[in-house]
Design a protein around this ligand. Sequence first.
Ligand code: NAP
Length: 164
Amino acid sequence: MEISIIAAKAENNVIGKDNQLIWHLPADLKFFKGKTSGHHIIMGRKTFESIGKALPNRTTVIITRNKDYHAPEGCLVCNSLDEALKIAKKNGETQAFITGGSEIYKLGLDVAHKLYITEVKAVFEGDTYFPEIDKSKWIETDCFSYQPDEKNKYAYDFVEYSRR
Ligand SMILES: NC(=O)c1ccc[n+]([C@@H]2O[C@H](COP(=O)([O-])OP(=O)(O)OC[C@H]3O[C@@H](n4cnc5c(N)ncnc54)[C@H](OP(=O)(O)O)[C@@H]3O)[C@@H](O)[C@H]2O)c1
């Protein structure tokens, strides 16, 4: 099973503020949907609560230390990233996505094979950050750049990294 991290970060690595996403970039939402549809998406409890529901056509796996956490119908709950990955594998998953937030990305960087990073070409004030991507461990394998348009206010790059 391939393990991928998928994230959108600003130039200053900000990914969120007040448990919410900051920017509205429909092209990135479409990219996220396209990549993750049909797959397991693994996220921290705070990210799950900020989305507030299971996303359609995906299996949502929520990581929490709370043994009694009750998630809505259709979501799976576990107590570690390792357990989440085991669940995905047991379900026959071929590509599991680690979808944040900051705490779970930090854990995910140790086990992921690939990173799909949307780099939003702006600086934002926030309170949660994507960890530094260590270029001695990760190599950029693809980069697609887009300019702002009527729907997407900021320029952005879809960047792919593989573990060296
Ligand atoms: N831009 C993006 O691509 C993107 C993507 C996702 C999220 N975000 C943003 O990121 C922010 C949320 O990130 P966050 O770092 O605050 O929270 P998070 O990573 O989503 O969730 C943190 C929670 O995960 C659980 N957890 C963490 N480590 C664990 C471990 N080792 N074992 C078991 N459970 C563990 C804990 O849940 P309990 O407290 O229940 O024990 C912890 O409180 C929001 O602003 C969100 O909008 C941005």
